[in-house]
Design a protein around this ligand. Structure first.
Ligand code: NAI
Ligand SMILES: O=CC(=O)O
Length: 317
Protein backbone atom coordinates (compact mmCIF):
# COMPACT_ATOMS: atom_id res chain seq x y z
CA UNK A 1 0.00 0.00 0.00
CA UNK A 2 1.34 3.45 -0.91
CA UNK A 3 2.39 5.71 1.95
CA UNK A 4 1.27 9.31 2.32
CA UNK A 5 2.61 11.81 4.87
CA UNK A 6 0.41 14.77 5.83
CA UNK A 7 2.64 17.31 7.56
CA UNK A 8 -0.17 18.97 9.55
CA UNK A 9 -3.80 18.09 10.26
CA UNK A 10 -6.30 18.75 7.46
CA UNK A 11 -10.14 18.65 7.47
CA UNK A 12 -11.74 15.18 7.61
CA UNK A 13 -13.24 15.63 4.10
CA UNK A 14 -9.79 14.96 2.67
CA UNK A 15 -8.31 12.82 5.40
CA UNK A 16 -11.03 10.13 5.32
CA UNK A 17 -10.77 9.88 1.55
CA UNK A 18 -7.01 9.38 1.78
CA UNK A 19 -7.35 6.73 4.50
CA UNK A 20 -9.57 4.65 2.17
CA UNK A 21 -6.70 4.37 -0.31
CA UNK A 22 -3.37 4.68 1.47
CA UNK A 23 -1.37 4.17 4.62
CA UNK A 24 -1.56 7.68 6.02
CA UNK A 25 0.80 9.25 8.54
CA UNK A 26 -0.48 12.57 9.92
CA UNK A 27 1.73 14.93 11.92
CA UNK A 28 -0.55 16.00 14.75
CA UNK A 29 1.62 18.33 16.83
CA UNK A 30 0.19 21.64 18.00
CA UNK A 31 3.24 23.43 16.66
CA UNK A 32 4.46 23.22 13.08
CA UNK A 33 6.43 20.12 12.12
CA UNK A 34 10.17 20.63 12.64
CA UNK A 35 12.69 19.95 9.92
CA UNK A 36 14.18 17.11 11.97
CA UNK A 37 10.81 15.34 12.30
CA UNK A 38 10.05 15.95 8.65
CA UNK A 39 13.38 14.47 7.57
CA UNK A 40 12.67 11.35 9.62
CA UNK A 41 9.08 10.89 8.47
CA UNK A 42 9.56 11.36 4.71
CA UNK A 43 12.01 8.46 4.39
CA UNK A 44 9.65 5.89 2.87
CA UNK A 45 6.72 7.99 1.63
CA UNK A 46 5.28 8.03 -1.91
CA UNK A 47 3.50 11.37 -1.48
CA UNK A 48 3.55 14.37 0.84
CA UNK A 49 0.59 16.61 1.55
CA UNK A 50 2.05 19.83 2.88
CA UNK A 51 0.19 22.72 4.48
CA UNK A 52 1.92 25.84 3.09
CA UNK A 53 3.68 26.43 6.41
CA UNK A 54 5.84 23.32 5.78
CA UNK A 55 9.01 24.02 3.87
CA UNK A 56 9.93 21.27 1.43
CA UNK A 57 13.47 21.95 0.31
CA UNK A 58 16.13 19.98 -1.55
CA UNK A 59 17.25 18.18 1.63
CA UNK A 60 13.73 16.95 2.39
CA UNK A 61 13.25 15.79 -1.19
CA UNK A 62 16.61 14.00 -1.18
CA UNK A 63 15.64 12.20 2.03
CA UNK A 64 12.54 10.73 0.36
CA UNK A 65 13.77 8.35 -2.36
CA UNK A 66 10.24 6.99 -3.11
CA UNK A 67 8.64 10.43 -3.37
CA UNK A 68 6.54 10.92 -6.52
CA UNK A 69 4.16 13.67 -5.56
CA UNK A 70 3.76 16.75 -3.35
CA UNK A 71 0.26 18.18 -2.93
CA UNK A 72 0.62 21.60 -1.39
CA UNK A 73 -2.34 22.53 0.79
CA UNK A 74 -2.40 26.19 -0.25
CA UNK A 75 -2.79 28.45 -3.25
CA UNK A 76 0.73 29.80 -2.79
CA UNK A 77 3.54 27.27 -3.15
CA UNK A 78 6.66 29.33 -2.45
CA UNK A 79 7.35 26.96 0.49
CA UNK A 80 8.40 24.22 -1.94
CA UNK A 81 11.50 23.94 -4.10
CA UNK A 82 9.37 23.24 -7.17
CA UNK A 83 12.30 23.44 -9.56
CA UNK A 84 14.27 20.75 -7.74
CA UNK A 85 11.11 18.63 -7.43
CA UNK A 86 10.76 18.77 -11.24
CA UNK A 87 14.41 17.72 -11.66
CA UNK A 88 13.52 14.67 -9.57
CA UNK A 89 10.38 14.04 -11.68
CA UNK A 90 8.10 14.88 -8.75
CA UNK A 91 4.83 16.63 -9.60
CA UNK A 92 3.85 19.47 -7.28
CA UNK A 93 0.25 20.73 -7.17
CA UNK A 94 -1.50 23.56 -5.32
CA UNK A 95 -5.12 24.31 -4.40
CA UNK A 96 -6.12 27.27 -6.56
CA UNK A 97 -9.61 28.84 -6.68
CA UNK A 98 -10.74 27.23 -3.39
CA UNK A 99 -9.41 30.27 -1.51
CA UNK A 100 -10.65 32.99 -3.79
CA UNK A 101 -13.83 34.12 -2.05
CA UNK A 102 -12.56 33.66 1.49
CA UNK A 103 -9.34 35.59 0.85
CA UNK A 104 -11.04 38.37 -1.10
CA UNK A 105 -13.59 38.76 1.72
CA UNK A 106 -10.77 38.97 4.26
CA UNK A 107 -8.82 41.47 2.14
CA UNK A 108 -11.79 43.81 1.91
CA UNK A 109 -12.68 43.10 5.55
CA UNK A 110 -9.32 44.18 6.94
CA UNK A 111 -9.17 47.11 4.50
CA UNK A 112 -12.42 48.50 5.89
CA UNK A 113 -11.45 47.52 9.44
CA UNK A 114 -8.33 49.69 9.12
CA UNK A 115 -9.96 52.57 7.25
CA UNK A 116 -12.91 52.81 9.67
CA UNK A 117 -10.82 51.92 12.72
CA UNK A 118 -13.05 49.02 13.74
CA UNK A 119 -10.61 47.02 15.95
CA UNK A 120 -9.47 50.28 17.58
CA UNK A 121 -13.11 51.18 18.33
CA UNK A 122 -13.74 47.70 19.72
CA UNK A 123 -10.74 48.12 22.03
CA UNK A 124 -12.02 51.50 23.30
CA UNK A 125 -15.44 50.01 24.08
CA UNK A 126 -13.87 47.18 26.07
CA UNK A 127 -11.33 49.32 27.96
CA UNK A 128 -11.61 53.09 28.52
CA UNK A 129 -15.16 53.47 27.20
CA UNK A 130 -16.18 56.74 25.49
CA UNK A 131 -17.93 59.97 26.41
CA UNK A 132 -20.71 59.66 23.85
CA UNK A 133 -21.20 60.48 20.19
CA UNK A 134 -19.29 63.58 19.08
CA UNK A 135 -18.66 65.17 15.65
CA UNK A 136 -14.87 64.96 15.88
CA UNK A 137 -14.71 61.55 17.53
CA UNK A 138 -13.15 58.54 15.77
CA UNK A 139 -13.21 59.71 12.18
CA UNK A 140 -11.83 57.30 9.61
CA UNK A 141 -11.81 57.05 5.81
CA UNK A 142 -14.66 56.02 3.54
CA UNK A 143 -13.91 53.63 0.73
CA UNK A 144 -16.71 54.66 -1.64
CA UNK A 145 -15.46 56.63 -4.61
CA UNK A 146 -11.81 56.05 -3.65
CA UNK A 147 -9.11 54.44 -5.78
CA UNK A 148 -8.04 50.91 -4.94
CA UNK A 149 -4.75 49.66 -6.39
CA UNK A 150 -4.44 45.90 -6.72
CA UNK A 151 -0.99 44.32 -7.02
CA UNK A 152 -1.67 41.03 -8.85
CA UNK A 153 -5.05 40.81 -10.56
CA UNK A 154 -5.25 37.01 -10.44
CA UNK A 155 -8.05 34.89 -8.96
CA UNK A 156 -8.05 36.66 -5.60
CA UNK A 157 -7.14 40.11 -6.93
CA UNK A 158 -10.06 39.93 -9.38
CA UNK A 159 -12.44 38.87 -6.62
CA UNK A 160 -11.20 41.82 -4.53
CA UNK A 161 -11.87 44.08 -7.53
CA UNK A 162 -15.44 42.71 -7.86
CA UNK A 163 -16.09 43.53 -4.23
CA UNK A 164 -14.46 46.97 -4.61
CA UNK A 165 -16.73 47.65 -7.58
CA UNK A 166 -19.68 47.07 -5.25
CA UNK A 167 -18.30 49.91 -3.13
CA UNK A 168 -18.10 52.21 -6.19
CA UNK A 169 -14.32 52.25 -6.04
CA UNK A 170 -12.10 53.20 -8.96
CA UNK A 171 -9.96 50.14 -9.73
CA UNK A 172 -6.36 50.24 -10.92
CA UNK A 173 -4.00 47.27 -11.01
CA UNK A 174 -0.42 46.35 -11.75
CA UNK A 175 1.39 43.10 -12.57
CA UNK A 176 3.54 41.43 -15.21
CA UNK A 177 0.78 41.50 -17.85
CA UNK A 178 -2.41 43.29 -18.74
CA UNK A 179 -5.67 41.42 -18.22
CA UNK A 180 -8.07 42.60 -20.95
CA UNK A 181 -10.96 40.40 -19.76
CA UNK A 182 -10.82 41.74 -16.22
CA UNK A 183 -10.43 45.28 -17.54
CA UNK A 184 -13.65 44.85 -19.51
CA UNK A 185 -15.52 43.10 -16.68
CA UNK A 186 -14.38 45.34 -13.83
CA UNK A 187 -13.56 48.62 -15.52
CA UNK A 188 -10.05 48.19 -14.09
CA UNK A 189 -7.14 50.21 -15.54
CA UNK A 190 -3.58 48.89 -15.87
CA UNK A 191 -0.94 51.20 -14.38
CA UNK A 192 2.75 51.09 -13.52
CA UNK A 193 3.65 50.46 -9.88
CA UNK A 194 4.84 54.06 -9.56
CA UNK A 195 1.53 55.42 -10.87
CA UNK A 196 -0.33 53.17 -8.45
CA UNK A 197 1.76 54.37 -5.53
CA UNK A 198 0.93 57.97 -6.40
CA UNK A 199 -2.77 57.52 -7.19
CA UNK A 200 -4.17 54.83 -4.88
CA UNK A 201 -6.00 55.48 -1.62
CA UNK A 202 -5.82 51.78 -0.78
CA UNK A 203 -3.26 49.32 -2.13
CA UNK A 204 -3.95 45.61 -1.71
CA UNK A 205 -1.28 43.02 -2.41
CA UNK A 206 -2.73 39.82 -3.87
CA UNK A 207 0.15 38.59 -6.05
CA UNK A 208 1.74 35.13 -6.19
CA UNK A 209 5.11 35.40 -4.44
CA UNK A 210 8.44 35.25 -6.24
CA UNK A 211 11.87 36.63 -5.31
CA UNK A 212 11.16 39.52 -7.67
CA UNK A 213 8.50 40.72 -5.22
CA UNK A 214 10.74 40.65 -2.14
CA UNK A 215 10.43 44.08 -0.43
CA UNK A 216 8.47 45.55 -3.35
CA UNK A 217 7.02 47.77 -0.64
CA UNK A 218 10.11 49.41 0.81
CA UNK A 219 11.13 52.87 1.96
CA UNK A 220 11.02 54.27 -1.59
CA UNK A 221 7.57 52.85 -2.28
CA UNK A 222 6.10 54.21 0.97
CA UNK A 223 7.67 57.61 0.15
CA UNK A 224 5.65 57.73 -3.06
CA UNK A 225 2.30 56.86 -1.47
CA UNK A 226 -0.32 59.41 -0.39
CA UNK A 227 -0.20 60.49 3.26
CA UNK A 228 -3.80 59.29 3.58
CA UNK A 229 -3.16 55.93 1.92
CA UNK A 230 -3.47 52.41 3.36
CA UNK A 231 -1.50 49.28 2.48
CA UNK A 232 -3.14 45.85 2.77
CA UNK A 233 -1.19 42.59 2.41
CA UNK A 234 -3.02 39.25 2.13
CA UNK A 235 -0.47 37.58 -0.16
CA UNK A 236 2.95 36.83 1.35
CA UNK A 237 4.78 38.69 4.11
CA UNK A 238 8.19 39.30 2.51
CA UNK A 239 6.58 41.52 -0.16
CA UNK A 240 6.51 44.23 2.51
CA UNK A 241 9.66 45.45 4.29
CA UNK A 242 8.14 45.57 7.78
CA UNK A 243 10.76 47.92 9.23
CA UNK A 244 10.16 50.36 6.36
CA UNK A 245 6.41 50.04 6.99
CA UNK A 246 6.85 50.82 10.70
CA UNK A 247 8.93 53.89 9.79
CA UNK A 248 6.41 55.08 7.18
CA UNK A 249 3.57 54.78 9.71
CA UNK A 250 5.56 56.52 12.45
CA UNK A 251 6.57 59.33 10.08
CA UNK A 252 2.97 59.64 8.85
CA UNK A 253 4.01 58.97 5.27
CA UNK A 254 0.95 56.70 5.04
CA UNK A 255 -2.11 56.54 7.27
CA UNK A 256 -2.60 52.87 8.01
CA UNK A 257 -2.00 49.22 7.20
CA UNK A 258 -3.73 45.87 7.39
CA UNK A 259 -1.67 42.69 7.33
CA UNK A 260 -2.75 39.06 7.19
CA UNK A 261 0.79 37.84 6.43
CA UNK A 262 4.16 38.75 7.91
CA UNK A 263 7.71 39.12 6.76
CA UNK A 264 9.06 36.81 9.49
CA UNK A 265 5.94 34.70 9.91
CA UNK A 266 4.87 33.45 12.40
CA UNK A 267 6.82 36.24 14.16
CA UNK A 268 5.22 39.68 13.95
CA UNK A 269 7.40 42.81 14.09
CA UNK A 270 6.90 44.06 17.65
CA UNK A 271 6.33 47.74 16.77
CA UNK A 272 3.33 46.88 14.60
CA UNK A 273 1.49 45.37 17.56
CA UNK A 274 1.33 48.66 19.44
CA UNK A 275 0.06 50.78 16.53
CA UNK A 276 -3.66 51.54 16.54
CA UNK A 277 -3.65 52.32 12.82
CA UNK A 278 -2.56 48.76 11.97
CA UNK A 279 -4.94 45.83 11.72
CA UNK A 280 -3.35 42.40 12.16
CA UNK A 281 -4.81 38.97 11.43
CA UNK A 282 -2.91 35.66 11.78
CA UNK A 283 -2.75 34.46 8.15
CA UNK A 284 -6.45 33.57 8.01
CA UNK A 285 -7.24 34.71 4.47
CA UNK A 286 -8.72 31.36 3.46
CA UNK A 287 -9.62 30.17 6.96
CA UNK A 288 -13.28 29.47 6.18
CA UNK A 289 -14.82 26.02 6.57
CA UNK A 290 -15.82 26.18 2.91
CA UNK A 291 -12.33 26.95 1.56
CA UNK A 292 -10.42 24.60 3.87
CA UNK A 293 -12.78 21.68 3.11
CA UNK A 294 -12.44 22.29 -0.62
CA UNK A 295 -8.64 22.45 -0.29
CA UNK A 296 -8.67 19.11 1.59
CA UNK A 297 -10.74 17.50 -1.16
CA UNK A 298 -8.40 18.84 -3.85
CA UNK A 299 -5.22 17.49 -2.20
CA UNK A 300 -6.86 14.11 -1.49
CA UNK A 301 -8.29 13.65 -4.99
CA UNK A 302 -5.02 14.73 -6.57
CA UNK A 303 -3.01 12.28 -4.46
CA UNK A 304 -5.38 9.46 -5.40
CA UNK A 305 -5.09 10.40 -9.08
CA UNK A 306 -1.32 10.60 -9.05
CA UNK A 307 -0.68 7.40 -7.12
CA UNK A 308 -3.13 5.57 -9.41
CA UNK A 309 -1.16 6.63 -12.47
CA UNK A 310 -3.41 9.51 -13.60
CA UNK A 311 -2.38 13.12 -14.13
CA UNK A 312 -3.28 15.28 -11.12
CA UNK A 313 -4.91 18.71 -11.53
CA UNK A 314 -3.10 22.00 -10.95
CA UNK A 315 0.52 20.91 -11.47
CA UNK A 316 2.72 23.97 -10.83
CA UNK A 317 6.16 22.67 -11.87
N1 NAI B 1 -3.78 35.32 3.07
C1 NAI B 1 -4.10 34.08 2.74
O1 NAI B 1 -4.53 33.30 3.56
C2 NAI B 1 -3.98 33.65 1.33
C3 NAI B 1 -2.98 34.12 0.53
N2 NAI B 1 -2.86 33.69 -0.75
C4 NAI B 1 -1.79 34.27 -1.58
O2 NAI B 1 -2.39 34.94 -2.66
C5 NAI B 1 -1.65 34.64 -3.83
C6 NAI B 1 -2.51 34.84 -5.06
O3 NAI B 1 -3.48 33.82 -5.12
P1 NAI B 1 -4.38 33.65 -6.43
O4 NAI B 1 -5.00 34.94 -6.79
O5 NAI B 1 -5.24 32.49 -6.20
O6 NAI B 1 -3.26 33.29 -7.52
P2 NAI B 1 -3.26 33.59 -9.07
O7 NAI B 1 -2.19 32.74 -9.63
O8 NAI B 1 -4.63 33.46 -9.63
O9 NAI B 1 -2.84 35.12 -9.18
C7 NAI B 1 -1.58 35.58 -8.90
C8 NAI B 1 -1.38 36.90 -9.59
O10 NAI B 1 -0.13 37.43 -9.20
C9 NAI B 1 0.37 38.14 -10.30
N3 NAI B 1 1.79 38.40 -10.21
C10 NAI B 1 2.81 37.53 -10.36
N4 NAI B 1 3.98 38.20 -10.28
C11 NAI B 1 3.68 39.50 -10.06
C12 NAI B 1 4.46 40.67 -9.89
N5 NAI B 1 5.78 40.62 -9.95
N6 NAI B 1 3.81 41.84 -9.68
C13 NAI B 1 2.48 41.88 -9.61
N7 NAI B 1 1.69 40.81 -9.79
C14 NAI B 1 2.29 39.62 -9.99
C15 NAI B 1 0.03 37.25 -11.51
O11 NAI B 1 0.03 38.01 -12.70
C16 NAI B 1 -1.36 36.79 -11.13
O12 NAI B 1 -2.33 37.65 -11.69
C17 NAI B 1 -1.17 33.20 -3.60
O13 NAI B 1 -0.03 32.90 -4.38
C18 NAI B 1 -0.87 33.19 -2.13
O14 NAI B 1 0.47 33.55 -1.90
C19 NAI B 1 -3.73 32.80 -1.30
C20 NAI B 1 -4.75 32.28 -0.54
C21 NAI B 1 -4.96 32.66 0.83
O1 LIG C 1 -1.89 31.61 2.13
C1 LIG C 1 -2.65 30.75 1.81
C2 LIG C 1 -2.61 30.05 0.56
O2 LIG C 1 -3.47 29.18 0.32
O3 LIG C 1 -1.69 30.32 -0.23
Amino acid sequence: MAKVLITGEIPSEGLNLLKEHFEVDVFEGEKLITKETLLARVKDVDAIISPLSTNIDKEIIDNAPNLKFIANYGAGFNNIDVKYAREKDIDVTNTPKASTNATADLTIGILIAAARRIPEGDKVCRTTGFNGWAPLFFRGREVSGKTIGIVGLGEIGSAVARRAKGFDMNIIYTGPNRKPEQEAELGASYVSLDDMLEQADFITINAAYSEQLHHLFNKDAFNKMKETAYIINAARGPIVDEQALVDALKNKQIEGAALDVFEFEPQITEALKSMDNVVLTPHIGNASFEARDMMAEIVANNTIKKLNGEKPDFIVN
